[in-house]
Design a protein around this ligand. Structure first.
Ligand code: 13P
Length: 255
């Protein structure tokens, strides 16, 4: 039985005032949530105060990125141990926006994944194809390369303490959600690929969907066999929408 995870990736959004308002609404609407893990991933400067604010409650905190290095002369970077120390449980690695803008390649993402786990964090590894990959029939090839780089570097056992997020790049922030069939197909592909190395790890692995998941399309995606939650961008900035998605995930468990 996989407990779903619904995580909000705030990206570069927020301010102290906006964060306070959003979190106070979320604490009100999700204070009694059961059967689903919930997390918010705010910009790094706010992590410590938000983790303090949420400590002891049902909403966990994650970072949006971490260094592949433990410490040292890496100006501007944040070590996994620092994120863990201020109260993070999760860290997103390999988000497509960073793969694109910061030129993070598969080897670098794999090194971040390993470093995050070494610091006691649970990585949320993002994989997903570009529009041209899908149109060219290369979705599985691209996703397999992204996944294999991490499986090879970290070993399949590492996925006992990790989460994968399938985020088709063409669906992020575009309002173009993958259809439930398209998403389920890739989620099953990912699980089968991990199962090729260890069936039990694959069976227990949470695979989230990300890409324009909203309150009105979440239930249809979350009902599918291999979709174990969501990594939510835009809708995670709206307390009602994010709470509705988390509740929809909880209802799938109850169903
Ligand atoms: P949107 O939900 O805004 O499409 O973003 C998805 C995403 O990139 C989450 O990491």
């Amino acid at each position: 039985m996989r407990t779903p995870l619904v995580a909000g990736n705030w990206k570069m959004n927020g301010s102290r005032d906006a964060n306070r308002a959003l979190l106070s609404a979320l604490k009100g609407s999700l204070g009694d949530i059961r059967g689903v893990d919930v997390a918010v991933c705010p910009p790094a400067v706010y992590l410590a105060e938000i983790a303090n604010d949420l400590s002891g409650g049902p909403i966990a905190v994650g970072a949006q990125d971490c260094s592949d290095q433990e410490k040292g002369a890496y100006t501007g970077e944040l070590a996994g141990s620092m994120l863990a120390e201020v109260g993070c449980r999760y860290v997103i690695v390999g988000h497509s926006e960073r793969r694109e803008r910061q030129n993070e390649d598969n080897a670098w993402v794999a090194a971040k994944f390993v470093a995050a786990q070494a610091a006691g964090l649970t990585p949320i590894l993002c994989v997903g194809e570009q529009k041209a990959d899908r149109e060219g029939g290369r979705t599985e090839t691209v996703v397999a390369e992204q996944l294999d780089a991490v499986l090879d570097a970290a070993g399949v056992e590492a996925f006992e303490r990790a989460v994968i997020a399938y985020e088709p790049v063409w669906a992020i922030g575009t309002g173009l959600t993958a259809t439930p069939e398209q998403a389920q197909e890739v989620h099953a592909f990912i699980r089968n690929r991990v199962a090729g190395r260890d069936p039990q790890v694959a069976a227990d692995l949470r695979i989230l969907y990300g890409g324009s998941m909203k309150a009105d399309n979440a239930a249809g995606l979350l009902a599918l066999e291999d979709i174990d939650g969501g990594l939510i961008g835009g809708a995670s900035l709206d307390a009602d929408a994010f709470s509705a998605i988390a509740r929809a995930a909880g209802e799938q468990v109850a169903a």
